[in-house]
Design a protein around this ligand. Structure first.
Ligand code: DCT
Ligand code: MG
Length: 504
């Protein structure tokens, strides 16, 4: 090959590539170098991360390895159809003067289990009890008289156009409860969300979940591309998909991604309690295709055995009356042991859903009662035969304790149901109530909003005055008084949304 041929080829290695290089931890010099090289090699350098034509997002390798941080940096970006790759890929392409396969340099998307842990606040390291006492704060038993001796730093103001982007600032049911517009669109997008989640691509799954939430909140029938694109949280790519569904009734992408054996097997296996995408994938590689294969051939953990044994019951959603009956059983056992406990149903039940996947019970205890009370309650319910199987005996999350298991109401023809019990101290009542009520998307959105206002919200507390430098927290800040859910909204300068409007 002549020198000229070679340099001509070299000029085109990024032909038709629209590349955005995330400026985080790159330094001006490297950034300029990358930009010049991309342009010299026939690529388009895209300045804005929000641009809809991006094909590749390049992220500094050390940043890319920190998936939690990446999720924050890319929050709100529609990642569908584009690649998120390391700077190592870019360097290799430039070094080899050819377009290297991105496969080994793409972002690792966190798995289902990791995601759940994160939303449970395990990632945060602040000790709320310590901070409460450090800041000379006290809340009395019913949470009304909170006293704080702290310096006040006002929350950052966000413009109303910025605020609109957060799902938590919008009601989840603008059309009114039960007004299900855009059912077909939602159903098609949900198929993609499920497929991506089952395959471990939490990012793309989350993108679709967010879009579905925005469409639900829109509250009237979408008729055109322009209308779809005008919805806050829906970009041009998603609007095009919505349009395709409106015109064709289905989405080509659903056919490509969902309707193949591999995906169907992944979706089936990840429905088994305790099975994440990595295990499902392994089983699929081993040639397992059915639940019968798993029962007879797979090596199963105890949780997975229980999940398989009661697969149909766990998949089945229950009506509100059954949730109430189960709640009553738990409440009775709890109050028999300690009458000062407060027992409430949370999760989808509290958000007013017609059917619920499990029963989420929040038990709030006066701060002077030992957290071990949960062991006694579960022990009691096990003894009477109401709790039948333990999935997670007791999990400790700082001041919170959690039990996950299966229960069955007494009497004939009752099904096994998933039961989660959370025990929290009175001083953390409102933030815990909001967290365990959800939805998961609402929680994620309101936490992000708090962070962008210079605050931090978790199931333990709402904190202000945090000083961050990049990833590092330089000052832990101080806990704000939040005796009620309403007060959390007030502190965040948001309009109050009752649980029914948080079903995002
Ligand atoms: N949660 C969260 N993040 C998650 C999962 C859950 O913040 N990734 C919170 C919000 C809801 C609450 O925990 C209970 O969770 P689930 O029972 O899983 O959800 P649900 O909304 O009650 O829905 P379902 O009817 O399916 O139980
Ligand atoms: Mg639930």
């Amino acid at each position: 090959m002549s020198k000229k041929d070679h340099s001509d080829k070299d000029k085109n290695i990024f032909k038709n590539y629209f590349i955005h290089v995330l400026p985080v931890e790159l330094g001006k010099k490297r950034m300029t170098l990358f930009k010049t090289q991309i342009l010299n090699k026939g690529g388009i350098f895209v300045d804005k991360l929000s641009a809809s034509n991006i094909t590749h997002i390049v992220i500094e390798d050390s940043v890319l390895l920190d998936s939690k941080r990446c999720m924050k940096l890319l929050n709100g970006v529609d990642l569908d159809g584009l690649k998120v790759v390391s700077t190592l890929w870019l360097s290799k392409c430039l070094k080899e003067s050819s377009c290297v396969d991105t496969k080994d340099y793409e972002m690792h998307f966190p798995e289902k289990e990791e995601c759940f842990v994160r939303m449970d606040g395990k990632g945060s390291s602040t000790d709320s009890d310590k901070k409460r006492s450090n800041n000379n704060c006290s809340i009395d038993e019913d949470g009304k008289n909170a006293k704080f001796v702290v310096e006040y730093s006002p929350p950052k103001k966000l413009k109303s156009v910025e605020l609109e982007k957060y799902a938590c600032t919008q009601s989840s049911n603008k059309g009114g409860i039960g007004m299900d517009y855009n059912c077909q669109v939602i159903a098609e997008l949900q198929k993609l969300a499920d497929a991506f989640r089952s395959n471990g691509d939490q990012w793309r799954a989350h993108g679709y979940v967010k879009a579905i939430s925005a469409i639900r909140a829109y509250g009237s029938e979408i008729k055109t591309f322009e209308e779809a694109q005008s919805i806050s949280g829906i970009g041009a790519k998603m609007a095009a998909k919505i349009c395709e569904i409106l015109e064709m009734g289905t989405l080509r992408k659903v056919g490509e991604i969902c309707n193949n054996e591999k995906n169907q097997v992944m979706e089936l296996f990840t429905k088994v309690w305790g099975v994440g995408p990595a295990t499902a994938q392994n089983w699929s590689i081993n040639g397992f295709r059915t639940l019968e294969d798993l029962k007879t051939k797979a090596h199963l953990t105890n949780q997975q055995k229980i999940g398989l044994k009661h697969f149909d019951d766990i998949q089945d959603r229950m009506i509100r009356e059954e949730v109430e009956e189960i709640g009553t059983m738990v409440k009775k056992a709890a109050l028999d042991i300690e009458p000062r406990l407060k027992v409430e149903l949370c999760g989808s039940y509290r958000r007013g859903k017609v059917t619920c996947g499990d029963v989420d019970v929040l038990i709030t205890k006066p701060d002077d009662i030992c957290i071990e009370i949960l062991i006694q309650i579960v022990g009691q319910l096990r003894e009477t035969g109401f709790i039948t199987d333990d999935l997670v005996k007791i999990e400790v999350n700082k001041t919170h304790k959690k039990y996950l298991g299966l229960c069955r109401l007494p009497g004939a023809n009752q099904r096994y149901r998933r039961l989660d019990i959370f025990v929290v101290p009175q001083s953390e009542y409102a933030t815990a109530l909001m967290h365990y009520t959800g939805s998961a998307l609402f929680n994620r959105s309101i936490r992000l909003l708090a962070t962008n206002k210079g605050m931090s919200l978790s199931e333990h507390s709402l904190t202000a005055g945090i000083v961050r430098e990049g990833k590092d927290i330089l000052n832990d800040g101080y806990i704000l008084p939040t005796p009620t859910e309403e007060s959390i909204f007030t502190q965040l300068e948001l309009q109050y949304r009752p649980p029914e409007e948080r079903d995002h």
